[in-house]
Design a protein around this ligand. Sequence first.
Ligand code: CU
Length: 348
Amino acid sequence: MKLLRLLLMCFVCNVHADLKSDARAIDHAPMGVSGDHYHKKGESMISVRHGHMAMGEALFKGETISLSDVLSMPNPLKDSPVNLSVIPTDMTMKMTMIGGMYAPTDRVTLMIMGMFVAKEMQLTTYQPMMNRDLVGRFSTSSSDVSDISLGALITLKESQGSRLHGEIALQHSIGSNDAKGVVLTPMGEDMNMILPYGMQAGDSASRLVLGMTHVRDLIDNIKWGNQVRTKIAVSQGEWSFGDHTEVNSWLQCAFSQSGAISARLKWTHQNKIWGRNPAIKGPVQTANPENYGGVEWHIGLGINWLTRVFSQNVDRVGLELLLPIKQEKNNLQLATKYQLTLGYQKAF
Ligand SMILES: [Cu+2]
């Protein structure tokens, strides 16, 4: 709510803001897109982005399934009990990303970013056999600094109304990969154990991030942007989250110098979990490395605007909502409900 109030305040101030600058809201992509813009020689920028993602409802190979279907599925880790008995019902993930950019030349913009994540999951436990009666409900949570990345954007081509740049970065996971939590077992006992993969803030992996972004003017005040970005693990611990590729295509329309609205199509592909931690077990879907990754399609609606609420310099504020249109997640997983990204950027 505090954030919403702050946003409203920015917007109100913006109506009367006299932007004596050539900065335009449309110059930056929708807030959920990373590495979308570079800077001119000598410029620097700091940014804070906050993402919120909500998940719920069981999906099996992309189709919604009922609770009784989930309860009848075998425990794939070949442990006892034979069927899944601890069922995730909802999950939220909050991410805060703090970044810095600096352009030593017109050709190269250096970037540094750190991410903090907080995850929370609600679960329901059922008896392992017979009537599968409800044993109880519980929740688990974890939070940690997730990763840091260092990289560069390289301008490849820039002409009137069109720009193309590449991204190369190294991302290092520093978050804990063995956070523990208290779990209600099907036998009705509280047990302190290592939380499943999806609840961990880190995975001890280092990743190479490669990206390519092209933005061009379609007609006056309308830009069309396209980006491909992939994260490939180059060093791993015992297990790691799967390699991730994202393709974005967005249309952005400036309604003034200081405001722009956007529509985005986002496609993502992620591999299942690589490796395994034998201590991550239990009759719960998230303990199985096969129940991760897949293909997702999302549509995003966003707004970017410029304001001067914090100083004499122009501040950029953006908000974007992503809604799933197709989810072909591998095997058994929770469906994504929505993702919201709120960001603040300041250039010097
Ligand atoms: Cu920047």
